[in-house]
Design a binder for this molecule. Structure first.
Ligand SMILES: NC(=O)C1=CN([C@@H]2O[C@H](COP(=O)(O)OP(=O)(O)OC[C@H]3O[C@@H](n4cnc5c(N)ncnc54)[C@H](OP(=O)(O)O)[C@@H]3O)[C@@H](O)[C@H]2O)C=CC1
Ligand SMILES: O=C(O)[C@@H]1CCC=N1
Length: 270
């Protein structure tokens, strides 16, 4: 029997996942989407050939519901959904912070819930998606979530207690790299390079470094040491990074992101 999957609240992450599933071979006929605004629903229908439905229709029709609204909107969505979700539906949450217990408390007793934190490289099939089971989710439910999110990149199972840390590292992680590229491009401008040229140099260096990190089997320290010649240029830059506390700033930044995930879980939505 064909499994129908619905993406509820199809914004940036929901659309990234939807587009990846279609690229991976899912039929648009088996995919449903919901949106808050009619023009957004039409955009998704035109772009992907999927059927926009209401949240209750999605709950009644689809075998798997993937909830990709903002954490702040999840409570309202669940109030609307709860009367319509049969307890055999798999509910997957893509939201930061919100624990699986939040869903279990609001849905029918025994509803299987899986929590997933993906990231925007899903748009280019290079996502990192971190997956945890709620208390009623079985190995089969986890495997199904892996099949869906595997369409857009790598997946990793973690205990739910590690989700806020993973959100801070890989969920938000692409933003840190974009920020770094932005800052390095500004440095290129300072040194007199045209912006476009500086951007291209940094992006290709980032791609090269990323492939080496993934494929060389070498520790990042060794890779950095290989670039850092005695009395050369790189060590002068590294000294400045250390002087400015960049390592400590990154550790503090990621800890702050983790803490915000915890706040979202405790209902602090401001
Ligand atoms: N952005 C990222 O990098 C990542 C985000 N996430 C998580 O993904 C989730 C979505 O984030 P993101 O895609 O950035 O946010 P978006 O705002 O782009 O997407 C959320 C969408 O949900 C819609 N929506 C809200 N309430 C309802 C409702 N009741 N019914 C139907 N649609 C609704 C919104 O409509 P409208 O357009 O009208 O506001 C919006 O289009 C969040 O929970 C976030 O924590 C996870 C990993 C990475
Ligand atoms: O900033 C956020 O809250 C979301 C979750 C991870 C990435 N973006």
């Amino acid at each position: 029997m064909t499994q129908k999957v619905a993406v509820l609240g199809t914004g940036k992450i929901g659309e990234a996942l939807l587009s990846g599933m279609i690229r991976a071979g899912w039929s648009p006929a088996d995919l449903l989407v919901t949106a808050r605004r009619p023009e957004r629903a039409e955009e998704l229908r035109t772009r992907y050939g999927v059927s926009p439905v209401t949240n209750p229709e999605a709950a009644k029709t689809a075998d798997t519901l993937i909830l990709t609204v903002k954490p702040q909107d999840m409570g309202t969505l669940l109030v609307e959904l709860a009367p319509h979700v049969p307890a055999d539906r798999l509910v997957i949450s893509g939201a930061a912070g919100i624990p699986t217990s939040f869903f279990e408390e609001r849905l029918a007793q025994g509803t299987p819930v899986v929590r997933v934190m993906t990231n925007t490289p899903a748009l280019v099939d290079e996502a990192m998606s971190v997956i945890s089971a709620g208390s009623h989710a079985t190995a089969e439910h986890l495997a199904h979530a892996e099949e869906i999110f595997g369409a857009v990149g790598k997946t990793l199972r973690v205990p739910e207690s590690q989700q806020d840390a993973c959100t801070a590292l890989s969920g938000s992680g692409p933003a840190y790299f974009f920020y770094l590229v932005e800052a390095m491009t500004d440095a290129g401008i300072l040194l007199g390079l045209p912006r476009e040229k500086a951007h291209d140099l940094i992006v290709q260096s980032a791609i090269g470094a990323a492939v080496m990190l993934r494929d060389s089997g070498e520790h990042p320290v060794k890779l950095r040491e290989n670039v850092t010649s005695p009395a050369g240029t790189t060590i002068n830059a590294i000294r400045e990074l250390e002087n400015h506390g960049v390592r400590a700033a990154l550790i503090a930044a990621i800890e702050a992101a983790r803490d915000r995930g915890r706040e979202l879980a405790s209902g602090n939505n401001t």
